[in-house]
Design a protein around this ligand. Structure first.
Ligand code: NAG
Ligand code: NAG
Length: 394
């Protein structure tokens, strides 16, 4: 969170002021507090919480494939890290949609860095959301076809790499700090990241959330709901089986070991071509088909946009159906030589006028979605909605 705070005194009534701490960078009033101004007039406790504007800034980055230098550039120009390569505090959420491993030498560096960043973000009240990509899963399975010899050398031996990715530092981080899917509510009244949908209370903001997966949430995938908890339960269980088995000889030169013999139907489907790790339909199907299908998936997952990597476009972040589908893999790694990119979303919820009761308060919700590149920015969507209700920020 930002530290640039402007404090203003706003007269409310005779003898009472509110102290408005206005966060300039985030454009949000952090909190409002009454305090008695003079001893002459007794300060009446004001139970009426004023409707407060609220804002969040989210940055998402796609496939990084073993290239620390390009990853660093992207995190820098998107404002996630500062000149010391540390969490800047200028964004509230940073999401990475998987495929950090393979095709480059910097696997250890990148996973270590992401956990450092996660801790720095946490210390400032911010969040790093990390997804596993199909390449992380391939390595957990022993499918090492895309491992660079220069990368293997950073682990010293095949055995050491197997250990590091299963019971070692990287494997443990995958198990505790990474998920296959994420749901990010845009407003705190909806709960913290990965609060499952549906919840008990449907409200006007219930769908004010984003989904993140590596490949895509296919409309015919069986385990979209509750989201993202169903997918992540299956993913946790499969990862546990893979990490606790005797590690098979990597393929190649070993034979392809595949999923464990006791993998359930759901676990097989998770890793299948229609599952969230491999699905490419949102990138490859016709506009008419995807724009028809997207509504059902947004409905089931309680979200307004789906953000994914996996299928690269080397020139641009791809936005389809008015920004309901956003594909952020631009081949950032020098293995591909695509454009360096990040997705930025500025969310605001602002009161419009002042209603008699908080429940009747009208608000404007706005999401400005931009593609950021080294030398240009492009607005992909600028959507506003009006909602009515009491959305006091906790
Ligand atoms: C998960 O990330 C935290 C930082 O938030 C880090 O301290 C921890 O070591 C990571 N967990 C594992 C098991 O690596
Ligand atoms: C893709 O990026 C190029 C610049 O690299 C730009 O000229 C072009 O208009 C973009 N295409 C789309 C569909 O946005």
């Amino acid at each position: 969170m930002s530290v640039r705070i402007l404090t203003a005194l706003v007269p409310l009534a005779l003898g009472t002021f509110i102290v408005l701490h206005y966060d300039l960078a985030a454009n949000a009033a952090a909190y409002v507090q009454n305090f008695p101004f003079t001893g002459l007039v007794p300060a009446t406790p004001n139970s009426r919480k004023e409707p407060q504007p609220y804002t969040r800034h989210i940055v998402a980055v796609g496939d990084l494939h073993g290239d620390w230098m390009n990853a660093r550039k992207v995190l820098h120009f998107s404002g996630v890290i500062n000149d010391q390569d540390e969490w800047s505090g200028d964004v509230d959420f940073f999401a990475q949609t998987g495929d950090i491993i393979d095709r480059g030498p910097d696997t250890i560096k990148l996973f270590t860095f992401m956990d450092e960043l996660r801790a720095q973000a946490q210390a400032q009240g911010d969040v790093v959301l990390s997804m596993l990509g199909n390449h992380e899963w391939m390595n957990a399975l022993g499918d090492w076809r895309y491992v660079y010899p220069t990368e293997l050398a950073t682990f010293d031996s095949v055995k050491a790499r197997q250990t590091m990715l299963s019971t070692g530092a990287i494997g443990r981080s995958w198990a505790s700090n990474y998920t296959t899917a994420s749901r990010l509510p845009l407003h705190p009244s909806l709960g913290p990241p990965n609060t499952p949908y549906p919840s008990q209370h449907e409200g006007p903001l219930s769908h004010s959330a984003l989904s993140f997966v590596h490949g895509g949430l296919s409309p015919s995938y069986s385990n979209l709901s509750p989201f993202p908890s169903k997918i992540n339960e299956i993913s946790d269980s499969l990862l546990r089986k893979l990490q606790s088995r005797d590690q098979p000889d990597p393929h190649p030169p070993g034979p392809y070991a595949g999923l464990p013999a006791d993998a359930t139907h759901d676990e097989q489907e998770l890793y299948g071509s229609n599952g969230p790790l491999w699905y490419r339909g949102w990138a490859q199907d016709t506009e008419a088909a995807v724009c028809k299908d997207v509504e059902g998936v947004l409905q089931k997952t309680g979200t307004r946009r789906m953000i994914m990597g996996h299928t690269p476009d080397f020139d641009n972040i791809t936005s389809r159906c008015g920004g309901k589908i956003i594909i952020i893999d631009t081949g950032i790694s020098r293995a591909y030589g695509g454009v360096l990119s990040a997705l930025s979303i500025h969310y605001t919820l602002e009161p419009i006028g002042k209603a008699l009761t908080l429940d009747e308060q009208e608000w404007q919700e706005r999401e400005v979605v931009s593609a950021l590149y080294e030398d240009r920015q492009e607005i992909l969507a600028d959507d506003t909605r009006r909602v009515v209700g009491n959305f006091a920020t906790p």
